[in-house]
Write a protein that binds this ligand. Sequence first.
Ligand code: SAM
Length: 204
Amino acid sequence: MRLRNIPGSREAIAESQYVIHEEETRAGSWHEIFENDHPIYIEIGMGKGQFLMELARRNPDINYVGIEKYSSVLIRALEKMEEEETPLSNICFIRMDAEDIVKVFAKNEVDRIYLNFSDPWPKDRHAKRRLTSKEFMARYDQILVPDGQVEFKTDNRGLFDYSLEAIPEAGWEIEMHTFDLHHSEYAEGNVMTEYETKFSGEGK
Ligand code: SAM
């Protein structure tokens, strides 16, 4: 991934009505933040927000929280939010490293977690940073409802093969998987992310 510092992005994020700040004081209060009891779905590493914003448009009865580590990326999602014709009231964002996710959501507060085109961290010594590592799966366990789900898409075969082993080893059940989502029975209703649009457009 290539990142570039965007001057003013930190300030714009600090002032944005779409960003939740002091996130570590919010655990247990997400339904109050959204002012309803609707389920809470989060995306970790949401990038510029294309996927989550489309879900928010389609599903007004679900609350969405997008988590992104870098200001220079999150700012692009905020720009898109400003362009929405009808403002979306069921989505907000946090700029944070997901390593601290258990400080931000309480037990049973999250219904579903999306991981899309997560950074592969190919070196063995960085395996703990992969968002499907046993360390991250244990964090998800702490915030998800008992029948909560994680949905994961990637174009990276190494990360996918690793995840097929790491997830059951972490005590999770894989309900379904496919090596070719776009030509599978799950293609219908699939919402594309920015990376997915780009890679599938290149025929990958
Ligand atoms: N999900 C988007 C998509 O499919 O288009 C973006 C994919 S991009 C390859 C991965 C994104 O995850 C980057 O924006 C990166 O900054 C973010 N990210 C990686 N590790 C993260 C972490 N530990 N916490 C929060 N965001 C993270």
